[in-house]
Design a protein around this ligand. Structure first.
Ligand code: UDP
Length: 245
């Protein structure tokens, strides 16, 4: 696995299969595997959050979860070929957990969304043990959430609080958590629950899912301008750091 730098943020040249292939060894050795999504928003805003930069540097798998990340890699002679979408990877991990009868914990999203997401997991993946679930608007303090997760001892923890909450939460608590595999999954519970529809296949195939979601949701409209800004800044950064190793 080769790591590339985009605006100084590490992102790994990984495919879905490579991430999945790594899971059993982390589980057997009981070492922490942390799968973090790297997308243009995180790269552009990470400098406001030193803890998130440290979390990314210490994570085992930084997936290229955005077509902008793939484009910058391609334009600068990098090797990243395909987007690894956080939602799709979560679904593959759930399929793995189902086959291997592992347990999961879900943390995040609105209570009704979370309940529907839990129901979906139960019906689609009957061999998964759902060790627990806590919504992302809970009145519990962080330490109580950590205690509940540790009492449940899940193999996998999916954190769906959106950027930057989920990354900040993980950066503060990952070392206290008795969990094997972590993934930050943004709005994935909304999609899993059926609350939010994924973009039509045509948009996904054209790598325009981000545009569809931005147009559908007024609070995301600003993100349309994020991609060109991200591309210009990243390419400029690459030119300035072309002699770095
Ligand atoms: N969320 C949450 N607690 C919060 C803020 C957000 O659980 O305090 C959830 C929100 O309900 C949604 C997810 O985090 O399920 C964020 O989704 P969004 O699509 O904004 O995140 P992205 O995928 O863009 O990171």
């Amino acid at each position: 696995m080769k790591t590339e730098q985009i605006l100084g943020i590490p992102v790994d040249n990984l495919t879905y299969d490579e991430v999945l292939a790594d899971i059993p060894q982390y589980i057997e050795q009981k070492t922490k595997m942390s799968i973090l999504s790297v997308n243009p928003q995180i790269v552009l805003d990470a400098n406001q959050y030193p803890e998130i930069i440290t979390l990314l540097h210490n994570s085992t798998h930084r997936i290229p979860d955005g077509i902008g990340v793939v484009m910058v890699s391609k334009l600068t002679g990098g090797a990243i070929k395909e987007r690894v979408a956080g939602f799709d990877l979560m679904m593959e991990i759930l399929a793995y957990a189902d086959k291997s009868e592992h347990s999961i914990f879900l943390y995040g999203a609105h209570p009704d969304v979370l309940n529907k997401a839990v129901n979906q997991v139960e019906s689609k993946f009957p061999n998964i043990r759902i060790a627990g679930a806590i919504d992302g608007y809970t009145k519990l303090i962080d330490e109580e959430v950590v205690d509940m997760i540790n009492q449940a001892k899940p193999d996998f923890l999916f954190v769906a609080l959106g950027f930057p909450k989920q990354e900040l939460w993980l950066s503060r608590h990952i070392n206290q958590l008795d969990v094997n595999v972590f993934q930050d999954v943004g709005g994935s519970f909304d999609v899993l629950s059926g609350q939010v529809k994924r973009a039509p296949k045509m948009f996904i195939d054209l790598h325009l899912e981000w545009l569809y979601r931005s147009l559908r949701n007024p609070s995301r409209i600003g993100r349309i301008f994020q991609l060109p800004i991200f591309l210009i800044k990243s390419l400029h950064w690459k030119v300035r750091h072309r002699h770095d190793r």
